[in-house]
Design a protein around this ligand. Structure first.
Ligand code: SAM
Length: 335
C-alpha cells in the first residue's frame, strides 16, 4: 500500500471509530480531569484519588486522552494539560467543556436513533414541546445542556455585536434564550441596551445565576413562558438562536407568528447556521447540526427555505449577514 493510500485509510478508520473519542473526552470532562490538571502535571494515582475513580481506569483514560493530544504523557508517569486540552477546562475562555458533556450524554443517545429517522424522516428520540419542558424541569441534567448552549452563544453573541448595529434598539429579547448568553455580547457593546430572556419558567434561577456570573444580571430580566402560547410584547428586537432549527416548519410557523405579533414594527433576528445549496467538506458543522436536528424533528434550512418559511409567517427578510464562518444573522420584519 502506498503512503497516500495508507494515510487515507488511517483517516477513514479515524472517522469510522470516531464515536469513542466523544465518550473518552466526555468522561475526562465528567471527572474534571482538565480542571484538575490546571495547577500542573499529576500522576494517575493522584487523579484517581481526587476523582474517586479506579486508578487503572484513570491511567487508561489518560493514555487515551494523550493519543488525542488533549494531555501529554510525561516522564515519571505524570500527565500535563496539552494546549488543546485547555479548552476543556470549565473556566477557560471559549470553553468547550459543556459541549463535550452534552455530546457525550444527550447527543450520543440521540444518534442511536439516526437510522430510524433517516428511514422515516421523523424524530427518533422523544421530542416536542412537552418533552422540552420535561427535560428543562430536571434542573441538574438540564444544566449540562444549558451550559453547552450558553458556551457557544457567549461566543456567537460577542461576534454578532461586532457585525450588527444595535444602536437604534433600546431593548432586546432572547426568545428561547436558555441562560441568555447570546445577550451578553450585545449588552457589553451597547451600554444603553436592556435585555430580556424568554424561556420556560424552570430555567429562571439558573439563568439568573449565569447572567450574574457574566456581570449583566442588573440589565436582564427573565420572563418565563412558552413561545407556542405567545411572546411578550414591548421590546423592539427579538433574537432567536437555535430555535427554528429545533422545530418542523409547522411548529416554527407558530413561533414566528407569535414573534411577529409581539414585535409589531420592530425586528426579529434569527441566528442559525444556513445550509448552502451545494455542500462540501467545509460544511461539516451545519450538516452535523442538521442530522442532529433530524433525530428531534427539526432541521437546518437553506436561505431559500428561510425566505419561504418567513413569508408564510407574514415576515420579510431585510438582511442576511455572516456572523462568522458558520453562523449567520437573518434580520426580518413584518411584511
Ligand atoms: C437549542 S436551545 C437554544 C438556546 C439558546 N437560544 C442558545 O442558542 O443558546 C432551545 C431553547 O428553547 C427553549 N424552549 C423550548 N421550548 C420552549 C417553549 N415552548 N417556550 C420557550 N422556550 C422554549 C429551550 O428551553 C431551550 O433553551
Amino acid at each position: 500500500m502506498g503512503e497516500t493510500a495508507a494515510a487515507e485509510r488511517a483517516h477513514l478508520i479515524g472517522m469510522i471509530t470516531g464515536a469513542w473519542k466523544t465518550r473518552v473526552i466526555g468522561e475526562g470532562v465528567k471527572l474534571g480531569l482538565f480542571d484538575k490538571l490546571t495547577g500542573g502535571p499529576l500522576g494517575p494515582d493522584q487523579l484517581a484519588q481526587a476523582t474517586g475513580a479506579n486508578p487503572d481506569g484513570v491511567m487508561r483514560l489518560l493514555r487515551a486522552l494523550a493519543t488525542l493530544g488533549l494531555v501529554r504523557h510525561e516522564p515519571g508517569n505524570r500527565f500535563a494539560l496539552a494546549p488543546l486540552g485547555q479548552y476543556l477546562r470549565k473556566d477557560a475562555p471559549d470553553s468547550l467543556n459543556g459541549m463535550a458533556g452534552h455530546w457525550s450524554e444527550r447527543m450520543w443517545n440521540s444518534f442511536t436513533g439516526i437510522g430510524a429517522s433517516i428511514a422515516t424522516g421523523e424524530a427518533s428520540v422523544p421530542s416536542g414541546p412537552e418533552h422540552f419542558a420535561q427535560h428543562q424541569a430536571d434542573i441538574g441534567r438540564a444544566d449540562v445542556f444549558n451550559r453547552a448552549m450558553a458556551e457557544g452563544s457567549l461566543r456567537v453573541g460577542r461576534a454578532l455585536a461586532r457585525i450588527y448595529d444595535f444602536s437604534d434598539c433600546d431593548s432586546v429579547m432572547d426568545v428561547g434564550g436558555g441562560y441568555g448568553a447570546l445577550l451578553v455580547g450585545p449588552l457589553e457593546a451597547n451600554p444603553h441596551l436592556k435585555g430580556q430572556v424568554y424561556d420556560l419558567p424552570t430555567l429562571s434561577e439558573a439563568a439568573s445565576r449565569f447572567l450574574g456570573e457574566q456581570g449583566v444580571a442588573g440589565r436582564v430580566a427573565y420572563v418565563g413562558g412558552s413561545f407556542f402560547e405567545g411572546v411578550p410584547p414591548g421590546v423592539d428586537c427579538l433574537m432567536l438562536k437555535f430555535i427554528l432549527h429545533d422545530w418542523s416548519d409547522a411548529k416554527s410557523l407558530i413561533i414566528l407568528n407569535n414573534c411577529r405579533k409581539a414585535v409589531e414594527d420592530g425586528r426579529i433576528l434569527i441566528i442559525e447556521r444556513i445550509v448552502p445549496e451545494t455542500v462540501s467538506e467545509a460544511d461539516e458543522e451545519v450538516i452535523r447540526g442538521d442530522l442532529t436536528m433530524l433525530t428531534v424533528g427539526g432541521k437546518e434550512r437553506t436561505e431559500a427555505e428561510y425566505h419561504a418559511l418567513l413569508e408564510q409567517a407574514g415576515l420579510k427578510i431585510t438582511k442576511i449577514a455572516p456572523i462568522d464562518a458558520v453562523y449567520s444573522v437573518i434580520e426580518a420584519r413584518a411584511a
